[in-house]
Design a protein around this ligand. Structure first.
Ligand SMILES: C[S@@+](CC[C@H](N)C(=O)[O-])C[C@H]1O[C@@H](n2cnc3c(N)ncnc32)[C@H](O)[C@@H]1O
Length: 519
């Protein structure tokens, strides 16, 4: 930040130059009350006073005070409510953010942004850039420790020597020690005395949370190698739209052979890990499924026992959540045969819910078989595809759509740079790059979603985007030919009719159809 000195306005300085005029202007705007020209000793005194007055706190000081103020708010809340203070200790509350009211969540967020900014300023630009290139080593340590199940090898409430830990693991002593000790720099494990390891809150999460382990496995063993091959993919295929020309394909030797989902379909363990990873993310802050049931009003559809189709709905957790809230709607969860086969059966312990949620094998690159449903829902599907493929998915709905049918996309909706809070911006733009690495796909802005529907068919009327408060994801809505809703045409299938039995009984597809993008 350039700081102008009042002394530069005095006789003998470069007053009269353009630069000096600009300086005057700058000062006049900020400090109009100081512009009467002082004389003699008064001059010096006034300058000293003026400089004291005009010296605003530096960016660093502002950030430090913000951190201090917001931390005081957060801590006061913990104390007033007898909650344990955040800590790295093994018995810490692992998800305390869930318990905070909105204004305290805001204070927590402010601390997160301000600490990052203050740290970056303090480290300085050159050193920040230099060492940001080593962030993959955090991933490397997490990958290996998770893969070799190190966190599970000793009880949460006890300690273990590195020697004992090595005896229980497949890693040799040198590699085990260096990986564990690197992880400690991120508060995963701690060394209570030389060579003696204990759990921390973070290593306890890894030891106890199977979905989190799957999330780490999927990210570090699938996304991490894929990311490391994006450069190679972009060198050869700079247009980056095809599903078989991605970083993932280069990493796993499937270039021009098969898209990632086909590879996963052939490997049940890997597919299951991805499914559990998605479940872990869905429990993560800002991604909870409740934002769909709370953020969008389905009561009119519920009242008429309407049908909701979750296209690419994995194991149906969105439908189960909706069915718990809406007691009359019926649900069809569509996914690839192997995913459908691996879904829990029954899909939920509550029979009233389970009876209304049906699983169906369907390849969304083929025509939609459930005709006349009220809602076709795509959660984390459109962002898996570049525009030509995403258009194809929407077009595959068209023969099934009745006037007034809703198409809801639940994805991130990117804002202009700088509009999101810095944490959300980083995560959402991170997801955009993950999509590039795995599938040559992308996150989209509202305008890009609008264009997607327009390009798919002019019968789609774009309605806009809802972003429930607290959610990182948005609900993007289009309605099929809403002007034709009046009269008999409105319901090709009446809402109270059962879902087309023929469709529900169709043989599961053996293999997903690989789409060919039209030129
Ligand atoms: C990123 S996951 C999203 C899952 C779920 N919608 C959610 O919100 O977590 C993508 C899903 O699409 C499914 N999928 C991939 N290709 C498909 C295809 N051709 N037809 C149907 N489902 C497919 C995958 O099996 C996976 O469950």
């Amino acid at each position: 930040m350039v700081k102008f000195k009042l002394s530069s306005l005095l006789p003998g300085s470069n007053a009269g130059t353009t630069e000096a005029k600009d300086v005057k202007q700058a000062n006049r705007r900020s400090f109009s009350g100081l512009m009467t020209k002082p004389k003699g000793d008064e001059t010096k005194q006034s300058i000293a006073e003026a400089e004291t007055v005009m010296d605003p706190p530096s960016k660093m000081t502002q950030l430090a005070s913000k951190i201090s103020q917001e931390t005081a708010k957060l801590e006061a809340y913990f104390k007033e409510n007898n909650l344990p203070l955040p800590s790295f200790d093994v018995d810490a509350d692992l998800d305390y953010h869930h318990k905070l009211p909105a204004h305290i969540k805001l204070a927590r967020q402010e601390i997160i942004y301000a600490t990052k900014e203050l740290r970056d300023l303090t480290v300085g630009p050159r050193e920040s850039v230099r060492w940001s290139t080593w962030e993959h080593l955090d991933v490397l340590a997490l990958q290996t420790l998770n893969h070799f199940n190190i966190a599970k090898l000793f009880p949460i409430d006890s300690t273990i020597t590195l020697g004992e830990l090595q005896a229980k693991s497949r890693l040799d002593s040198v590699n085990l020690a260096r990986l564990v000790r690197y992880a400690m720099t991120n508060n995963i494990f701690r060394e209570v005395s030389p060579g003696v390891i204990a759990h921390t809150a973070a290593s306890r999460c890894i030891a106890e949370d199977d979905d989190l382990q799957a999330w780490i496995g999927f990210n570090t063993e699938d996304i991490f190698p894929a990311s490391a091959h994006v450069l190679q993919a972009l060198e050869i295929y700079p247009q980056a739209v095809e599903l078989t020309q991605t970083g993932f394909n280069f990493a796993f030797d499937t270039v021009e052979k098969e898209p990632m989902f086909v590879t996963f379909g052939k490997d049940p363990a890997r597919a299951k890990r991805m499914g559990r990873a998605m479940a872990s993310l869905t429990g993560g802050e800002g991604y909870e499924v409740r934002y769909i049931s709370e953020g969008y009003d389905f009561s009119a559809i519920d009242a008429k026992e309407g049908v909701f189709v979750d296209v690419g709905g994995s194991h149906g957790f969105v439908c189960v959540d909706l069915a718990r809230r809406y007691k009359n709607m019926r649900f069809v969860v569509q996914d690839l045969p192997k995913t459908v086969d691996s879904a829990p059966k029954p899909i939920c312990e509550d029979p009233q819910v389970a009876a209304r949620v049906e699983l169906m094998a369907h390849d969304f690159f083929t025509e939609q078989p459930v005709k006349g449903a009220d809602v076709y829902f795509f959660r984390w599907i459109m962002h898996n595809y570049s525009t030509p493929y995403a258009i194809k998915l929407l077009r595959n709905l068209v023969p099934a759509l009745k006037p007034g049918a809703k198409v809801l996309i639940n994805d991130h909706c990117l804002s202009e740079p700088g509009q999101e809070n810095p944490w959300d911006e980083k995560l959402m733009r991170g997801m955009d790059l993950v999509m590039l690495a795995l599938l040559n796909a992308q996150e989209r802005t509202e305008e890009e979603f609008r264009e997607l529907f327009t390009a798919a068919d002019e019968g789609f009327v774009f309605k806009g985007v809802i972003r429930p408060a607290g959610s990182r994801m948005s609900i993007i809505e289009a309605v099929w030919k809403p002007d034709e809703v009046e009269g008999a045409a409105a319901d090709k299938v009446t809402a109270s009719e059962p879902i087309n039995e023929e469709v529900m009984e169709q043989a599961p597809l053996e293999k997903p159809t690989e789409p060919k993008v039209e030129a």
